[in-house]
Design a protein around this ligand. Sequence first.
Ligand code: ZN
Ligand code: ZN
Length: 438
Amino acid sequence: MALICGHDAPAHGLPLCEHIRNAATEPLDHYLHYTGRGLERQRICVICREEPAPAATMAAAAVCEDCFDATGGSLIGVFGHPETLDEARPVRGMVETNALPEEAGKVVDVAPTGDGIVLLCDDGRILRWDIDSGRCTEVARTTIAVPAEAEAWCDRNQALRLHASRDGAFAAVVIDYGRTGEVIDLTTGAVTVPLENDGHHSDTVPFSLAFTEHAGRVVVLHRRQWNLVEATDAATGVPVARMPQEEGGSSTWSGHFHGALHLSPAGTRCASDAWVWHPAGRPVAWSLDRWLSEGERAWSEDTIGWAGLPSCGYYWDRSLVWLDEDRLVLEGLGDDEQELVPGARVFDLGSRGPDGSKPADEPAETATFAGPKGRFFAADGLLFSSSESGFEIWNPATGVRLGALAGFRPTHHDLARGELIELSAIGLRRWRTAGAES
Ligand SMILES: [Zn+2]
Ligand SMILES: [Zn+2]
């Protein structure tokens, strides 16, 4: 069966409107058109875009590879929306609000832990706050501050960010899109690990940092050099493991500008919201256990479970969240910043075997659906999104929207209490994740 272009060949690329297909002289620029039927996309021209009735776009049809490549033209924008599957029902549970402790003054960031919520105040004080008893105590002070001369790269303003270990024993204050930070022992208030990265395009990414636990100690993962993540004992500052420096040859892991680090719930894997030259966002993930046990020697493509996710032109610093130890959700549909629409892509890294025996292939994309945008969170097998339009709950296997809360915009996940929390002007707003689906 011949295609509409008259060639008996496999269809290639997106279906094209008849004007683009038949452009005789100059190639026509195009819109990426979501038809509203599932995730169906096609390329249409300006004439079709302005047609009130979609008669011409209905005639979009697939062509062969040669004919597709001959059309050229560039992307003008996105038109239409992919279909969202909506079965929203009333959301269980209430959003509760706790006023922040008065003595805190202005709170810059919070970090929920198993030992209360750690607060970073704008005067550098670090407080530990027990929501239930209301008790609030100063545990440390930081001197980390955004440099007065700091300049934003593409609206990414340098800002203080607080992280804390799960047990609440350590905090880290870092400058996102900046160069410095420190790890603080909250029992003594002492700085245990001064942090500084090499500044190589560090203004493009949040400061790479994550706490984990390994062999009974708290370990902090961070980026000192732009393409190397290292692990350091949070209590002593002693190096635990490091990505190996590439010597000659081209390894799969070199060349990534590491960004925000995201740990799987049990801490067996780490994902970095990295980018590669020229520039394209390209999140990567790897396994932690052998690396943290055996150090740099254990690092090889076969043992480390290295996985690269699809790249996206000019887009990183996006939402990434682990559903479990294997499945990683990536925010945004599209392969380039210009064509992105709200949505989620789910990748199964476990499909490659526990030790990542097939490092070359991209992990399987097990679900792709439209709708979720903003910050992503996950708990109990559900995906949560938080944006200007509010809070939404999604089934990450089917892509169905299960519920929404308009006025709630969670900013943090309190794993210890099983709550999503929003640091807002009126205080800390909390919503319990358990039972959200029932
Ligand atoms: Zn057209
Ligand atoms: Zn053809």
